[in-house]
Design a protein around this ligand. Structure first.
Ligand code: ACO
Length: 325
């Protein structure tokens, strides 16, 4: 049976120039490199310049993804941009990307699922392609979390960074089997009962400001391994694949201990988990495509590999996608 599959034909990423090390942060708040590395695996983060906006990061990553795919901006039918730190409350940051890449047709919009944003955006774009409403999609995760950090709160300011990543999806076809190239399956979840364990303390309709990020870290941690394990199981069951079939896990980079714990639960070797959190901390919706790009650049992910992408974030939201490269 012939089916439409969304094939990832290009990937791009961008990190702002300025690097802030753990040592530099330890000069500002009561923390240490030892604490941050030991609890999270983070060694440094990139911070956007004052005049650098989420759209600027998104545009740089998108241009690289378009070049990698050999596609012009005008050939894109839909942009789905995941962010919780848009340039403005309105319009969507995706609109600025659309103008910048010379896409004067089609449609562009933002989705907001915090750290799971990229998986949500990927699933939305995949659905447009499989429904025949788009041939080519640009999917972006872009964030400037530095703007919603309380730089005096050591329990959060050491954890996050700025960055962007993007992929191009193109309609292809397959036989409807797990051997097909492209996105094989995607699964999304949320549980709003936990909306207040990871949130900002402000917002347009509540305080008329963006607010600062607040997190009950231990509670988030507890939910993370459970939720990620269940959504990975769901993705494997939907395709008839097993954990042994997975060549690479490209996870949301929130905490190395969560990544190690999840892989261990499935008996997956830590060597198969792409970890970049040491270089750019938690960049929320940008972290999955940033990790993906690094594993493509260094040749780890190759044609035919089975790649599992997964993420969990505020909401709570969580999701997973299985992709045959
Ligand atoms: N430096 C030094 N000490 C610190 C720091 C710091 N930066 N931050 C907190 N501490 C202290 C605390 O004050 C506490 O001290 P106390 O015992 O004297 O009270 C102690 O360290 C332990 O604090 P915990 O919060 O219990 O530390 P924990 O081991 O849980 O690690 C962490 C904290 C890293 C935040 C962890 O809970 C975590 O990773 N949680 C999950 C976060 C996550 O996954 N987020 C993903 C989603 S992000 C998104 O969606 C936007």
């Amino acid at each position: 049976m012939s089916v439409v599959r969304s094939i990832i034909s290009g990937c791009g990423s961008y990190l702002p120039e300025r690097i802030v090390t753990n040592e530099e942060l330890a000069e500002r708040v009561d923390t240490s490199d030892e604490w941050i590395v030991g609890r999270t695996g983070i060694r440094q983060r990139h911070i956007a310049a004052d005049d650098e906006l989420t759209s600027d990061l998104a545009i740089r990553a998108s241009q690289e993804a378009l070049a990698a795919a050999g596609v012009e901006g005008a050939e894109i039918d839909v942009i789905v941009l995941a962010t919780s730190t848009p340039d403005q409350t309105m319009p969507a940051t995706a609109a600025k990307v659309q103008a910048a890449i010379g896409m004067d047709d089609g449609f562009a919009f933002d989705v907001q699922a915090v750290c799971s944003g990229f998986i949500f955006a990927l699933a939305v774009a995949d659905n447009f392609i499989r429904a025949g409403q788009a041939e080519r999609a640009l999917v972006i995760g872009a964030e400037t979390f530095s703007r919603i950090m309380d730089w005096e709160d050591r329990s959060t300011c050491v954890l996050f960074g700025d960055g962007a990543g993007a992929v191009i999806l193109e309609a292809g076809s397959g036989d409807g089997t797990p051997a097909d190239r492209g996105i094989l399956t995607s699964h999304l979840h949320s549980d709003g009962r936990h909306h207040d364990i990871l949130c900002t303390d402000g917002g347009v309709s509540s305080t008329r400001t963006a607010g600062f990020l607040r997190m009950r870290g231990r509670e988030v941690f507890r939910h993370a391994v459970t939720n990620l394990s269940s959504v990975i199981t769901e993705a494997l069951e939907a395709t008839g694949l097993t954990a042994e079939d997975i060549d690479w896990i490209v996870p949301h980079q929130a905490n190395k201990r969560i990544l190690d714990g999840t892989a261990k639960k499935f008996g997956i070797s830590p060597d198969k988990v792409i970890i970049t959190i040491d270089k750019h901390a938690n960049t929320s919706a940008a972290s999955v495509p940033l990790a993906l790009k690094s594993a493509l650049d260094d040749g780890r992910i190759k044609r035919g590999d089975l790649v599992l992408m997964e993420a969990m974030g505020a909401g709570l939201t969580w999701g997973a996608a299985l992709v045959r490269w």
